[in-house]
Design a protein around this ligand. Structure first.
Ligand code: UDX
Length: 469
């Protein structure tokens, strides 16, 4: 039986909140601190604030018992053995990560630190942040032997955050001494030792008692670089397949066949080879920029990352051109939009390529009727309804009388739409699919002009234009 550890998690965003409830699920006692009083009150009352599988259940199970929410970082520091910093590291104007929240938290921790603590960076931060946190704490008068700073990057994806946390591919712990490493090993012991997976009520996922996740111990700097390098590499994989998909379009080949052929090579692997409208979200755009900036500061030529960003930006423009060439002219056209979130199964719209495309279509003079299963409320906060933009109650209402339907987010519910009903609802059965949710042949049989990504366009089977094309 692993021992319960007193843990503080500072920040109740995606990473902080998920980490807090998952640590409780692993048997620890957690204080989750946020300086936003309204957020703390909402969490105490059971509102998760974000759309994430298993989060409502875990919050219900542990809130105000094994996970307490508060604004008082001093109290949390005094009563906990390990303090995880999971506050935001937004992108500054130069592309660097803005570390002012991390610094403020480090200084505040220092003011209440009287017995030995392990301070853990969980936020994605550039290499050397660990040392800066240590210096900031020392400058505030804390003796060096009273604390250690450890890097423990988080790799969870939105939408599957809880399952990713409890069934990680790996747990990376960057620590520069055994004492601090041992605290982190104890915290993760229910996972690495496999006991969590033996529980009847364990959240399901790929790890098991027989194959528990591995804890990789590294230096603090290596751990910091592992996080940035992993995200940059995944973004690179997406930009690579997007470039290949453009080449497939030019050569009349099929990117899905190409990606399958590449992915079967175990050195490449099949994941993150889905072409689309470019990556978005709160991590990839920010982390690629931050990693590029770190490389620059260290005098390393990493122009590859600039190309990754360039391809990603072009991918959105390319999609817009596809809509234009499908409709001839855009001004005054009515477009049904399916999807606003940056990817399916989440309500997050941060850096969403879908939102950018909606704005680009509106700038071209289109009127938009948009639908997203979870992200409309958030979108309406930045793009309020207007004569040019309306939000629909469902996919069919978005398609109603539209000149074309565009798919911008890969929600599973869109892939299950009734195609005959959609066809009848649209003014013209034209679909431009940025996420390749449908089989082009089936779309042709169902009477659609179907333009997707990296695959030949298909036309209604009985359309006379198809014979010419
Ligand atoms: C990512 C990382 O996967 C995760 O490890 C890290 O902790 C945080 O950043 P997340 O932002 O939740 O997670 O989303 P992810 O599923 O990785 O997708 C990121 C973007 O890439 C989305 O816009 C998605 O649509 C796009 N994507 C992903 C593709 O376009 N093609 C793919 O093959 C995969």
């Amino acid at each position: 039986m692993s021992k319960a550890i007193q843990i503080a998690v500072v920040g109740s965003g995606y990473v902080g909140l998920v980490a807090a409830v998952c640590f409780a699920e692993m048997g620890h006692d957690v204080i989750c601190v946020d300086n936003d009083e309204r957020k703390v009150a909402a969490l105490q009352g059971g509102d998760t604030l974000i759309h994430e599988s298993y989060l409502p259940e875990l919050l219900e199970r542990y809130r105000n018992t094994k996970v307490r929410f508060m604004t008082d970082l001093a109290e949390a520091t005094r009563s906990c053995e390990a303090i995880f910093i999971a506050v935001g590291t937004p992108q500054s104007e130069t592309g660097d990560a803005d570390l002012s929240y991390v610094e403020a938290v480090a200084c505040e921790i220092a003011r209440s630190l009287t017995t030995y603590k392990v301070i853990v960076e969980k936020s994605t931060v550039p290499v050397y942040t660990n040392e800066w946190i240590r210096r900031a704490i020392e400058r505030n008068g804390v003796a060096r032997e009273l604390f250690d700073v450890v890097s423990n990057p988080e790799f969870l994806r939105e939408g599957t955050a809880v399952a990713d946390f409890l069934h990680p591919d790996r747990i990376v712990v960057g620590a520069n001494n055994d004492r601090a490493a041992a605290v982190l090993s104890d915290i993760y012991a229910p996972l690495t030792g496999g006991s969590y997976y033996q529980r009847a009520d364990a959240i399901a996922g790929p790890c098991s008692a027989v194959e528990p996740p591995q804890l990789l111990l590294t230096s603090t700097k290596s751990a910091e670089i592992i996080k940035h390098a992993s995200n940059a590499f995944l973004a690179l994989k997406i930009s690579f397949i997007n470039a290949v998909s453009n080449l497939c379009e030019a050569a009349d080949a099929n990117v899905e066949q190409v990606a399958k052929g590449m992915g079967l090579d175990s050195r490449i692997g099949p994941k993150f080879l889905r072409p689309g409208i470019g990556y978005g979200g709160s991590c990839f755009p920010k982390d690629v920029a931050a990693f590029r900036s770190v490389a620059e500061q260290l005098g390393i030529d990493f122009n590859l990352l600039t190309e990754v960003e360039k391809i990603n930006a072009q991918q959105k423009k390319r999609f817009l051109s596809k809509v234009r060439s499908a409709l001839w002219t855009l001004r005054g056209k009515r477009i049904g939009v399916l999807g606003l979130a940056f990817k399916g199964e989440t309500d997050d719209i941060r850096e969403s390529p879908a939102i950018e495309l909606v704005q680009m279509l509106m700038a071209e003079g289109c009127s938009i009727v948009a639908y997203d299963p979870a992200a409309m409320k958030r979108t309406a906060e930045v793009l309020p309804e207007s004569p040019q933009l309306r939000y629909a109650l469902d996919s069919y209402a978005a398609a109603d009388d539209a000149d074309a339907l565009v798919i911008l987010t890969d929600w599973a519910e869109f892939a299950a739409l009734d195609l005959d009903r959609l066809n009848k609802t649209l003014r013209y059965p034209i679909m431009i699919d940025g996420r390749n949710l449908f089989d082009p042949q089936i779309m042709a049989e169902r009477g659609f002009t179907y333009i997707s990504t990296g695959r030949p366009a298909t036309y209604p089977v009985r359309d006379p234009l198809a014979a010419e094309a």
